[in-house]
Design a protein around this ligand. Structure first.
Ligand code: NAP
Length: 237
C-alpha cells in the first residue's frame, strides 16, 4: 500500500525508536506529528523530517497526563488535517529489584507505559472512527511476554500493553482500524544502553532503523491484512 499523503502521530518521536519510525514513514511521504517532553529533540527531529518534503509538526506533553494527551493529539490532528496512523511508542524503562525499587517508581512505569498507550489510543480513536479507518501500532516488548529479574515494573507494564492492545484490536477492527501489537527484543537506544541491557554494537545488535523498517512494512500491507502481533530479535547478539 502506498502511504504517501497519510498523517501519522508518533509518540516519543524525538529520539530512539520513535524518531527512526517517524523518519522512515516520512521517507514514504507520510506527514508526521511527533510528541515528547523534550522540546529541543522534537524541534530538531521536525526540522530533519521537514527536509524530506512532508509536513512535520510536534506537540510537547507528558504521556501520563490524560488531559494533556487529549489536548496535544487534538492540536496535532488539527495541524495535520486528520490522523491515519498512531505509533504508540513513548515509554520508560526503569529497572531494579522488587525489594529495592520505590513503589512510586514502580507506579510511574505503569502510568507511563500502560496508561500512556491507553490515553493516546483513546485520543486518536474518534478521528479514526470518523474517517472509517486507521492504524494503531502499540509498542510493547518481549519483556511483556515473560517477566525476569529486576524488570517487574517494566515487564508488568508491557504485559498489560499486550493485553490492552489485544482488546483494542478486537473492539476496533470493526471500524477498519488495524491495531498491531509489537513485542521487540533489545534494540540499541538510550533506554537499552543506559539500562545496561546491551552495548548497542551495530554489527550485532538491532538498531532503531531495523525496527522502523519493520513498522513501515507492516503498515504498507494491503488494508485487508492485519499483522496482529509480532516480535523482532537480534540474530546473534
Ligand atoms: N530499546 C529497546 O530495547 C526496546 C525493546 C522493546 C521495546 N521498547 C519500547 O520501545 C519504545 C521506545 O523506546 P526507546 O528504546 O526508543 O527508548 P528511549 O530512547 O528512552 O526513548 C523513549 C521515548 O519515549 C518518550 N517518553 C518517555 N517518557 C515520556 C513521557 N512521560 N511523556 C512523553 N514522552 C515520553 C521520550 O521522549 P522525551 O524524552 O521527549 O520525553 C522518548 O522519545 C518504548 O515503549 C520501549 O519500552 C524498547
Amino acid at each position: 500500500m502506498n502511504l504517501k499523503g497519510k498523517n501519522a502521530i508518533v509518540t516519543g518521536g524525538g529520539r530512539g525508536l520513535g524518531k527512526a519510525v517517524a523518519v522512515a514513514l516520512a521517507h514514504e511521504g507520510v506527514n508526521i506529528g511527533i510528541t515528547g517532553r523534550n522540546e529541543d529533540n522534537l524541534k530538531n527531529t521536525v526540522e530533519e523530517i521537514a527536509k524530506l518534503g512532508v509536513n512535520a509538526t510536534y506537540a510537547v506533553f507528558s504521556i501520563d497526563d490524560e488531559q494533556a494527551v487529549h489536548k496535544g493529539i487534538a492540536s496535532l490532528a488539527e495541524t495535520l488535517g486528520s490522523i491515519d496512523i498512531l505509533v504508540n511508542n513513548a515509554g520508560i524503562g526503569d529497572f531494579g529489584s522488587i525489594e529495592e525499587m520505590p513503589s512510586e517508581t514502580w507506579g510511574q512505569v505503569i502510568k507511563t507505559n500502560l496508561f500512556g498507550v491507553y490515553y493516546a489510543a483513546k485520543a486518536v480513536y474518534p478521528f479514526m472512527k470518523e474517517k472509517g479507518q486507521g492504524d494503531i501500532v502499540n509498542v510493547a516488548s518481549t519483556a511483556g511476554l515473560k517477566g525476569g529479574p529486576n524488570m517487574s515494573a517494566y515487564a508488568a507494564s508491557k504485559a498489560a500493553v499486550v493485553s490492552l492492545s489485544q482488546s483494542m484490536m478486537a473492539e476496533w477492527r470493526k471500524q477498519n482500524i488495524r491495531v498491531i501489537t509489537l513485542t521487540p527484543s533489545t534494540i540499541a537506544s538510550d533506554m537499552s544502553i543506559q539500562g545496561g541491557l546491551t552495548d548497542g554494537n551495530p554489527e550485532k545488535v538491532l538498531q532503531p532503523e531495523d525496527f522502523a523498517e519493520w513498522v513501515r512494512d507492516i503498515l504498507k500491507m494491503n488494508r485487508r491484512a492485519l499483522i496482529a502481533n509480532g516480535s523482532i530479535f537480534s540474530t546473534n547478539p
